[in-house]
Design a protein around this ligand. Structure first.
Ligand code: GTQ
Length: 345
C-alpha cells in the first residue's frame, strides 16, 4: 500500500479498495520501476582477505565440510543483507576445505565457478574427473554437473565461489540432487579434460551436452603466461589495461551461459579511464595492489581481496604494483537479452 502524506483522500480510498483484489496503481511506482538509468540497490564493498581469513578458519573449527555440505562464508552486499547476493544477480562466497576433508557430491541447476585463493593440491571433481587446484586457477562446475571437493594435502584450501543463485531464484528454476555416496566415482584421469578441450582442438563430432564450456579448468599458469606475452606489445586499452575473457572453446561465448569471466592485467603505475557497464562485477585480486575509485568511494586492494563494483557506477583503477584481477559478472546473459550497455566517460 502506498504510504504518502500528500495523497488525496479519494485516491487513498481507491487504493485501499483495490488492494484486497491484489491490484495496485502503476502511476505510484512507475518512476522506480522504469528508471531512466540503472539504479542499483547494491553498494561498492571490499572484503580484505587478511581480515576475513581468521573468521573463515574459525568456521573450520565450528563445523566440518561434510556437515555443512559446503563450508562457506557468503559475501553479502551490505545493501542486501540476508539475501546471499553480492550483486543483484550473483552470489559469492569463500569456501574452506581443511586437510582430509571432503565436501560431498551433488549437482544443481546453478552454475558455479571457483577461483583458488590459498592452498595447492586440493581438488574439485567434475563429472568424475579431478581438477587439482593451484592459486589463481579458475574452475567451472557447469549447471547440473556432479561435483565434490576434497583436500588430501596438509594445508587448508580456500577459494572464491561465484554462482548464479539469484538468477536461478528469479526464475524459480532450482533443482538439486545429492549423490548416493560422498565421492562421485572417478571415471577419467586428471588432465583428460584439458587434453580434449584445452589444447586448441575438439573431439571430432563433439556435441556439447550442456550450455557451458566443456573445459572446466583454466590454469592460472597459462593465463598468466599469455598476459605476460601480450604485455610485450604495450597495447594497453585506456579503460581496461589488458583484459581477456575466458571462453567456451565450442562457441567462443562465455565459459558459462549465466556468468562471464575475465582476467585483467594492470601494470604498475597504470590508471584506467572512468568506465561503467550494466553488469555489476565481482573482482578477486590474484596479484598486486592498487585502488579502485567507484562513484567517489575509494577501495584499496591487495592480493586475495575481493571487491564488488555495482552496475553502472563509474569507476577507474590505479595499480600500485603489477596487478592481475579475476572478474565475474552476468554480462553474457545481459548481452543475449540485448540489455548490456557500457559507457566510456
Ligand atoms: O561448491 O557446490 O558457495 O553448491 C554454494 C553452493 C558452493 C558448491 C557454494 C554450492 C557450492
Amino acid at each position: 500500500m502506498v504510504e504518502r502524506a500528500d495523497l488525496s483522500p479519494d485516491r487513498r480510498a481507491f487504493y485501499e479498495r483495490i488492494s484486497p483484489l491484489h491490484m495496485a496503481p502503476l502511476w505510484e511506482t512507475f518512476h522506480d520501476l522504469i528508471t531512466k538509468e540503472p539504479a542499483t540497490p547494491c553498494v561498492p564493498c571490499l572484503w580484505n582477505y587478511d581480515q576475513v581469513r581468521p573468521h573463515l578458519l574459525e568456521a573450520g573449527s565450528l563445523i566440518t565440510a561434510k556437515e555443512a555440505i559446503r563450508r562457506v562464508l557468503v559475501l553479502e552486499n551490505p545493501a542486501l543483507p540476508g539475501q546471499s547476493r553480492i550483486t543483484s544477480s550473483l552470489y559469492a562466497g569463500l569456501q574452506l576445505v581443511l586437510p582430509g576433508e571432503i565436501a560431498p557430491a551433488h549437482r544443481h541447476s546453478q552454475s558455479a565457478l571457483r577461483l583458488i585463493i590459498e592452498g595447492a593440491g586440493a581438488y574439485t571433481s567434475v563429472e568424475g574427473e579431478r581438477a587439482y587446484m593451484e592459486k589463481g586457477d579458475f574452475i567451472i562446475t557447469g549447471a547440473w554437473s556432479w561435483h565434490d571437493h576434497g583436500n588430501d594435502t596438509g594445508d587448508p584450501v580456500v577459494w572464491l565461489d561465484g554462482l548464479d543463485i539469484p538468477i536461478v531464484r528469479l526464475f524459480d528454476a532450482s533443482f538439486a540432487e545429492n549423490y548416493r555416496e560422498d565421492i562421485y566415482p572417478q571415471s577419467k584421469p586428471p588432465g583428460d579434460n584439458a587434453a580434449r578441450f584445452g589444447s586448441n582442438m575438439l573431439p571430432v563430432g563433439y556435441e556439447s551436452p550442456g550450455r557451458h564450456s566443456p573445459l572446466f579448468r583454466y590454469p592460472y599458469a597459462r593465463s598468466r603466461e599469455a598476459l605476460e606475452a601480450m604485455r610485450d606489445g604495450q597495447d594497453w586499452d585506456p579503460y581496461h589495461g589488458l583484459k581477456m575473457e575466458f571462453t567456451n572453446p565450442v562457441d567462443g561465448g562465455p565459459a558459462m551461459p549465466t556468468i562471464s569471466t575475465f582476467i585483467q592485467l594492470l601494470p604498475k603505475g597504470f590508471t584506467s579511464r572512468p568506465y561503467r557497464a550494466t553488469d555489476g562485477t565481482v573482482y578477486t585480486v590474484i596479484e598486486g595492489s592498487g585502488t579502485t575509485e567507484i562513484a567517489g568511494q575509494t577501495l584499496s586492494w591487495t592480493a586475495n581481496d575481493v571487491f564488488v563494483v555495482p552496475s553502472w557506477l563509474p569507476h577507474h583503477h590505479r595499480a600500485e604494483d603489477d596487478s592481475v584481477l579475476f572478474l565475474f559478472s552476468d554480462r553474457g546473459i545481459q548481452q543475449k537479452l540485448g540489455l548490456w550497455r557500457e559507457r566510456k566517460d
